[in-house]
Design a protein around this ligand. Structure first.
Ligand code: SER
Length: 586
């Protein structure tokens, strides 16, 4: 059964059952609270919450689609048997047309009758499996789905009860969500894999994770096309199906299996992203595209592929999908050009990245992560090329480093930025890549060092009068009544760089506001502080810390992460107020 046939069977089955076929929407969603389309339901969000009327738009309360999706959440798992970044999702949707019983019966009938597949087991939502402080804790157990499966002849042991894995949504900050029932089927390896997720949209979840019942119940289902094909085509993994096998054949035969899979997934995903208008950049979806594209390019560079291999992969992706997605034909030229441009650009940093790797006497997880983040070198490449120097490098430590970094980004995204009034408001943060958030955090700590250095050079009358940090630079305003000399500027810069070289730890303690004032922590007169404040300090102990400031964070963990500090400009901006603009370099 080819992928064409499965597509046709799916859409026709739901059409026959009173659904209107809707084309896939773009990978760039109209819902701006998410970067990329990750699920079939996204284009239908307004219909679930009553913002739009399905009857006027589709002349039906039920729709079906095959949606292009992209998920970064699975990026590290690409290369195993069943994970991808780009995939397609078969789905049927209802906005007040039908609910649990019909949804389950339709799924059952499609798998059983149309495809002759046997369900291994199913799962349903059970709040007793949910942590007591979780926002989904008060959602009742899905007894109705349990009964429906029982009536279809499923013994109790084949209806497993799960917690938050059986609750879906919302996508983005808010939206429809609800309990799910999932269908598992055994693959050729005799392992059960999740094949179909049936979501019952019963609630609206707001930004504060408060649930309110929706006016009309909705159904949203999603079944990964590639996984379904793997089962129907009786393959051990998704890469042996007709959506991948011709791609893998283009790659050198002696190349590691996992690398082949990663390259084919990443090139395919890049082709689709570019076709939908994403371009490589350091922001938003552009940054995601850059990461996956560069990963494929590193392999090309390292393994010295013949010149045309990547291009042949691009042509093959277009060939596989062009009858379904005509944008691939119209955008072919643009896709080839953009990938070539990115390749040329990356080859420059790639060289530097590889030199940097050679230069390092030892490669620990921190350095490995730096090479990964800055030059896009993947872990496997670092480990492989690092040889003896990377002997102690292991994936767990690297991953920890990664998670640490994600934690920092998360803290950044939660906008716990106090004191310095960073411009990283939620809106802007969404517009920032992780790379940018990291840069702002480095600049933020550098700004603390700058304030203390200014006080050392110019005297303690220097106080913060304002500050503004974006990924490009920090801008620090302070009280002082004359222009600084070149010598003074150099001195300040040197002190900051010296503190960076000392690689001092940065920590915080929470204490009473009066106590913080007593120990001389610097506060910002324009800000009103609560009775308990956070004091960030640079040094191992707060008692003898070199810099202490009232601040909400976040900061780097060690000053060495800041890099090189450079003052670009010093000027007056009003009586008694000076302004310094400074940047940090890697
Ligand atoms: N929205 C659900 C999912 O993505 C079902 O389509 O799994």
């Amino acid at each position: 059964m080819t992928h064409f046939l499965i597509r046709e069977k799916f859409l026709n089955f739901f059409k026959k059952n009173n659904h209107v076929i809707v084309p896939s929407s773009s990978l760039i969603p109209s819902d701006k609270s998410v970067l990329l389309t990750t699920a079939g339901m996204q284009q239908f969000k307004p219909y679930y919450i009553g913002e739009l009327d399905p009857i006027s738009d589709f002349n039906s309360k039920n729709t079906t689609s095959i949606q292009k999706c992209f998920r970064t959440s699975d990026i590290d798992e690409v290369g195993d048997e069943s994970h991808l970044t780009f995939f397609e999702m078969l789905g049927n949707f209802s906005f007040g047309g039908y609910f649990k019983k019909e949804a389950i019966l339709l799924a059952y009938e499609f798998l059983n009758k149309e495809l002759n597949l046997e369900i291994d087991y199913v799962t349903i939502f059970d709040p007793s499996k949910v942590a007591s402080d979780d926002w989904r804790k008060n959602v009742p157990e899905d007894k109705e789905s349990f009964e429906i499966w029982r009536n279809l002849g499923f013994e109790e042991s084949r209806i497993k009860k799960e917690g938050i894995d059986n609750f879906w949504g919302p996508t983005g900050n808010e939206g429809p969500c609800g309990p799910t029932t999932e269908i598992y089927i055994k693959n050729k390896n005799n392992q059960s894999i999740e094949i179909w997720n049936i979501v019952f949209n019963e609630y609206f979840c707001d930004k504060n994770k408060i649930l309110t019942p929706l006016k009309t119940n909705g159904v949203d289902t999603g079944m990964g096309l590639e996984r379904l094909l793997m089962i129907c085509q009786n393959k051990f993994n998704i890469f042996e199906t007709d959506l991948f096998d011709s791609l893998l054949k283009i790659l050198p035969t002696n190349l590691d299996q996992k690398i082949k899979r990663i390259i084919s997934d990443h090139i395919k995903a890049s082709v689709f992203l570019i076709a939908d208008g994403v371009l490589p950049s350091n922001k938003e979806a552009g940054y995601i595209l850059r990461r996956i594209l560069r990963r494929a390019i590193v392999y090309e560079y390292i393994y010295k592929f013949e010149k045309n291999i990547l291009n042949n992969l691009i042509y093959e992706v277009i060939k596989i999908y062009k009858e379904i997605y005509s944008e691939l034909i119209t955008k072919e030229q643009a896709i080839l050009e953009e990938i070539l441009k990115e390749k040329e650009k990356f080859y420059k940093t790639l060289d530097r990245g590889l030199k940097e790797l050679k230069k390092r006497p030892e490669i620990n997880s921190k350095i490995a992560f730096y090479l990964y983040e800055t030059f896009g070198l993947p872990y496997e490449i670092i480990k492989e090329l690092g040889g003896q120097k990377a002997l102690n490098l292991n994936y767990d430590d690297f991953k920890k480093e990664f998670e640490n970094h994600q934690e920092i980004s998360r803290r950044g995204q939660e906008k716990k930025f106090g004191g310095h009034g960073l411009i990283l408001d939620t809106k802007e943060l969404k517009a920032s890549s992780e790379e940018e958030i990291k840069k702002v955090i480095r600049l933020h700590t550098a700004t603390h060092l700058l304030q203390q250095a200014l006080r050392e050079v110019l005297g303690n009358e220097v106080r913060q009068a304002g500050s503004d940090i974006n990924p490009e630079r920090t801008r620090f305003d302070f009280t002082f009544n004359r222009k600084l000399t070149q010598e003074e500027i150099k001195k300040v810069e040197n002190i900051v760089n010296q503190k960076i070289n000392e690689d001092l730890p940065v920590n915080f303690v929470e204490m009473k506001k009066e106590d913080a004032e007593k120990i001389g922590a610097l506060s910002f007169f324009k800000e009103k502080y609560p009775p308990i404040v956070k004091v960030y300090f640079v040094g191992s102990k707060i008692e003898n810390a070199w810099s202490k400031e009232f601040c909400g964070g976040p900061h780097v963990l060690k000053t060495g992460e800041i890099g090189k500090f450079v003052i670009q400009k010093e000027e007056g901006i009003g009586s008694g107020i000076r302004r310094i603009r400074a940047i940090v370099l890697p």
